[in-house]
Write a protein that binds this ligand. Structure first.
Ligand SMILES: *Cc1c(COP(=O)(O)O)cnc(C)c1O
Ligand SMILES: [Zn+2]
Length: 381
């Protein structure tokens, strides 16, 4: 399977595989492949780069890897009894090199940056993507600037500093950081590795989750994903859609987006049966840093995620901060998995859907745990 071009999700215009970030119409770009049916080739079983043949890098010499992906899939034997689901799993993304799933999109994005001859990287992030970009830039020997919202937890800032990146703290929430990074990349030649949908190559890293899940357990009925703008959810579905084109699966898993009540623009649109997502007008003041993105100035990101949810016959669920803290505790106390608040929301959402009789006892359910508890332990005190 070979990457052939970028295409625009809105106007369908095609572009070569170069450093275009958005379509001239403002639409989101995505990588398209020649979908030739072939076996999934394993390279070294050391990272998600096992799936090199399904990723948009031409020369494997350009791969910047810290051993990301191939994360553990863990059966929740204790919680599955309590929640009354027979096959309940966690894909534990906190086992990635910088302790969140962001290492997948960042490894892909920075490898493409290297292939395109870039050496200065910028990213806007609520914390985890910044830590990841800082680490991978260090490994690649590239200059790195990260733009974070003022309120970013201290532990995350310490981690970013440790990798030697320059930190710019911007007043306001994530959307302000997002704008700042775009300006800086346009004015000063930084390559923008912001892991929303802005960089079309980074979503390709997210999709490797689908390839791994497919090999580990085939086709689950439900995949629960914590969602900010939603590229992880969209990427996992893209992976399963590719597996369908390759005739490996015959249908898609139902994708469930989970957002905090205090910042739930995608859930709001879903609940009202809307075709598009609106910007979040309230203060995104939630314990779940990492999924507190109001989408101001790029609500089309939310709309693309909403489309993926509809396309998979999925759902969008919101949780109060109280339920989010409960989710962290349930996971840690029953299964020994310590997730950060944003990373644990799938637990509470699964419980909701079982109580509402949407999920049945025999449905196979995967919960994405996206980040490690040590990332912002301070928030739980
Ligand atoms: C970034 C992040 C998310 C949200 O992922 P998106 O695909 O960007 O919406 C969820 N959980 C954690 C821990 C994150 O860092
Ligand atoms: Zn377009």
């Amino acid at each position: 399977m070979k990457a052939k071009n970028l295409f625009c999700n809105e106007c369908k215009k095609k572009y070569p595989l170069k450093d275009f970030l958005t379509c001239e119409c403002g639409g989101i770009l995505e990588v398209e492949y020649n979908y030739t049916s072939e076996n999934i080739k394993k390279l070294d079983k050391k990272s998600m780069w096992d799936y090199f043949n399904y990723l948009p890098i031409d020369n494997s010499k350009n791969i910047i890897s810290l051993g990301e992906g191939l994360t553990p899939l863990i059966k929740l034997n204790n919680l599955s009894k309590k929640i009354e689901i027979n096959e309940l799993f966690v894909k534990n993304e906190s086992c990635n090199p910088t302790a969140s799933f962001k290492d997948r999109p960042v490894s892909t994005g920075i490898s493409k940056a290297k292939e395109l001859g870039k050496n200065k990287i910028i990213t806007a992030s609520s914390g985890n993507a910044a830590a990841s970009v800082a680490a991978y830039s260090a490994k690649a020997g590239m200059l790195c600037k990260v733009v974070v919202p003022e309120k970013t937890p201290n532990e995350k800032l310490k981690q970013i500093k440790a990798y030697g990146a320059e930190i710019v703290r911007v007043k306001g929430d994530y959307s302000n950081s997002y704008d700042y990074a775009i300006k800086e990349s346009e004015q000063n030649g930084f390559y923008n590795l912001t892991t929303t949908y802005l960089n079309p190559y980074s979503v390709e890293g997210d999709k490797t989750v689908a390839y791994e899940l497919f090999e580990e357990l085939g086709l689950p009925e439900y995949i629960f994903v914590p969602v900010g703008a939603g590229p992880l959810l969209h990427g996992i579905l893209k992976g399963y859609k590719e597996l369908m084109k390759l005739k490996k699966v015959h249908k898609l898993p139902k994708m469930v987006a989970v957002q905090p009540e205090k910042c739930a623009p995608i859930v709001e649109a879903f609940d009202k049966d809307k075709k598009s997502v609106k910007e979040w007008q309230h203060d995104p003041d939630t314990i779940a840093s990492g999924i507190n993105d109001p989408l101001r100035g790029y609500k089309n990101n939310g709309t693309l995620t909403l489309k993926s949810i509809y396309e998979s016959n999925g759902y969008a669920i919101k949780l109060s901060d109280k339920k989010i803290i409960e989710s962290v505790e349930l996971l840690a106390q029953n299964e020994g998995i310590y997730a950060e608040p944003a990373g644990a929301v799938g637990i509470g959402a699964t419980i909701n859907m079982v109580r509402n009789n949407i999920i049945n006892t025999d449905d196979k359910v995967v919960i994405m745990v996206t980040g490690h508890g040590l990332k912002n332990a301070g928030s739980l005190n």
